[in-house]
Design a protein. Structure first.
Length: 414
């Protein structure tokens, strides 16, 4: 066990992080609902993203850790009749969270419901800013709309935002109108703002998806009754448990990485984060350590473990292992930025680039695309890291496994 104030080498910190994230041993065990539960328990959250050039982001962490599991099983766990996961942005970005965590984020929903934006949104919680500005305008111009939208969903059942707003006329942005919800990026209808507010406040939940479009329904018709009956935790108690989950998932991390506004599983306001981390240190659940070469104080989870790592996995850009890019560079000596928003002429390694984990190192960057028309997993480029060992046989095996998992018949290498 590492003692308070001890120095931890970068290699040891990296292995602690990999074990915490579920890469500590070979892929083994059941690739079924229990395996998926195990992965969710390790990573804490599954980030949801609309990019589908390869595969939706929330499916990929399971493949990285389990291999060819059933995506349909994950769909049922998230949007089935008795869901084990629920979708929201009360954690890191838009994510799937275990339903056991629902009581832990109710304090955030309550703050949104009261429109206490400084505490509930700001830079610490990823509620779209268009909801904040849009709701301020709707309170002035259409104060009854939110109630009307909620009443319609209650009476008519689950529906998309487009169905909720059927017949609404999009407002045109003028130079004098500062509302970003009417600009070219958002251009939301008023009904869309209202339903997204209801979602952020926890009054409606996402009951499913059509294609990738959210379907909203009353929370009591989506979540299991036992989850709804669970006692609501006080904010400070919930915040401690959220940071505990983050610490178990990361293994060793700075306070910013545990619960900061840009990298934490469950971002908290800065003063709150400092208080909660100090409380968990006092209780012995976080051990202050110094990671070799790191400038900031790090904290080791009291449950962390480490050992040899013999992993072989393609890692999604939205995987919890690497979503904090500064931490990824510090632990893996791997400078990584996603390129999907970079102009083509400025891309260095490709469009949708997945780091390749071999052993305990990120050894290559692999640009991937699922060409569904030709049933081909296309690999436009493979870029080895300086000093990387020979990895091609392992990578080809992993690409072949991925192609089969995605229902593609072949792999096309560069």
């Amino acid at each position: 066990m590492v003692n308070v104030g001890e120095s931890v080498s970068v290699g040891e910190a990296r292995r602690i992080a990999l074990w915490a994230q579920g890469f500590g041993g070979p892929r083994a065990g059941r690739v079924d609902v229990r395996g998926i539960r195990r992965v969710v328990g390790r990573v804490g959250v599954l980030q949801v993203d609309s990019v589908n050039v390869l595969c939706r982001a929330h499916y990929l962490p399971g493949f990285s850790r389990l291999g060819a599991y059933s995506r349909e099983t994950l769909d049922r766990m998230a949007w089935g009749d008795e869901p084990e996961l629920f979708e929201g942005f009360w954690g890191h970005k838009a994510s799937l969270l275990p339903v056991s965590g629902y009581p832990l984020v109710r304090w955030r929903m309550r703050a949104v419901e009261r429109q206490v934006w400084g505490e509930a949104v700001g830079a610490e919680v990823s509620v779209p800013w268009a909801v904040v500005v849009g709701m301020e305008r709707l309170q002035r111009e259409r104060p009854g709309l939110v109630g009307e939208v909620l009443g319609r969903i209650a009476a008519e059942g689950a529906m998309t935002a487009g169905e909720v707003g059927a017949g609404e006329v999009r407002r045109k942005k003028s130079d004098a109108d500062p509302d970003p919800s009417t600009g070219s990026m958002w251009n939301w209808q008023d009904a869309k703002i209202a339903v997204e507010y209801l979602f952020a406040a926890g009054l409606v939940m996402i009951s499913g998806r059509r294609g990738f479009e959210r379907v909203y329904d009353l929370t009591e018709r989506v979540l299991p009754e036992a989850v709804l009956r669970a006692p609501e935790l006080a904010a400070d108690e919930a915040q401690r448990e959220l940071v505990r989950i983050s610490a178990r998932s990361l293994g060793v991390a700075t306070a910013q990485e545990l619960c900061g506004k840009t990298g934490g599983h469950y971002p908290l306001p800065q003063a709150t984060a400092r208080r909660v981390v100090a409380e968990l240190v006092e209780e012995g659940e976080l051990v202050p350590v110094q990671v070799e070469g790191g400038k900031q104080q790090s904290y080791l989870s009291a449950t962390a473990e480490a050992g040899p790592v013999d992993a072989c996995a393609l890692i999604s850009p939205f995987d919890t292992l690497i979503w904090n890019r500064d931490r990824t560079e510090r632990l893996f000596d791997f400078f990584y930025r996603i390129s999907i928003y970079t102009p083509a002429s400025q891309r260095i390694h490709g469009y949708y680039v997945l780091p390749f984990l071999l052993g305990d190192r990120l050894v290559a960057r692999v640009d991937l695309k699922a060409d569904r028309k030709t049933s081909t997993l296309v690999v436009p480029t493979i870029t080895a890291e300086p000093g990387a060992p020979d990895f091609m046989d392992a990578l080809i095996a992993e690409l072949t496994l991925m192609a089969g998992w995605l229902g593609l018949e072949r792999v096309r290498l560069p």
